[in-house]
Design a protein. Structure first.
Length: 236
């Protein structure tokens, strides 16, 4: 397995990250040697916050039932007695003008239902991650996006809107994506108004890291170039 502790250190230094990147692994069954999550959370993205704060654990499908939208994007079927909650939540959002029902079929979903999901800070990942979630300021995640472009693993997709959790299956299917997050995610994860997300498929992480130094150095040099050009040419 890759040295994810070193990789996280490189990424944090290059991007000036204030939050730890979160490694997520989707499994068919609970893993050995990883703590099971105990308790309740209001959403699947709440687990991102716990992992960014340093916890390593796995969830089972039932831990995700409190968020019908997150369960939908993760292809987790709600039990019969709770199945109406998805339609109720979508109806509320549609009534408020937040979403149109015809948009729902186009929301990315995991290809297969997971039997367990492992969450960990990237440097503590006990298994190879399927995706890695980065939260940070746009100017810093810009570098990550440019490194993904240079590595040839950036998704041909715009900034993803709500729901935030669709960024995980979107990244698995398309490559590195960015997400503006959504109001639910911001409430559940304490994401700042000046922050957004980038999601990198685990298979592409090493290639992105390899290109990050070149991109960061180029940006520093170009910043000096543009500052000089502004000073020389701006008249107002």
């Amino acid at each position: 397995m890759a040295d994810y502790r070193s990789i996280e250190r490189q990424l944090s230094e290059a991007l000036g990250l204030q939050r730890r990147p979160v490694a997520v692994t989707f499994l068919k069954a609970p893993p050995a040697g990883v703590e099971k999550f105990e308790g309740a959370m209001p959403s699947g993205c709440s687990f991102w916050r716990l992992a960014a704060d340093g916890r390593t654990f796995y969830t089972v499908p039932g831990d995700h039932y409190n968020c019908p939208i997150g369960s939908y994007t993760h292809n987790i079927a709600l039990p019969p007695e709770r199945a109406p909650e998805l339609e109720q939540t979508l109806s509320l959002m549609a009534t408020l003008g937040y979403v149109k029902m015809e948009e729902v079929p186009g929301i990315p979903r995991l290809a297969e239902p997971p039997g367990a999901v492992v969450y960990a800070p990237l440097g503590d990942a006990p298994l190879e991650p399927d995706v890695v979630i980065f939260a940070g300021r746009p100017a810093r995640l810009m570098l990550l996006g440019e490194a993904a472009l240079r590595a040839g693993v950036s998704a041909n997709a715009p900034l993803l809107p709500r729901p935030t959790c669709m960024a995980l299956p979107a990244a698995l299917a398309q490559g590195v994506v960015t997400s503006s997050a959504c109001i639910g995610n911001r409430v559940y994860t304490d994401l700042g108004e000046d922050e957004l997300y980038a999601v990198v498929p685990g298979r592409d992480l090493a290639r992105v890291v390899d290109e990050l130094h070149t991109i960061a150095t180029a940006n520093a040099q170009l910043a000096e170039y543009h500052r000089g050009k502004r000073l020389a040419l701006a008249t107002a």
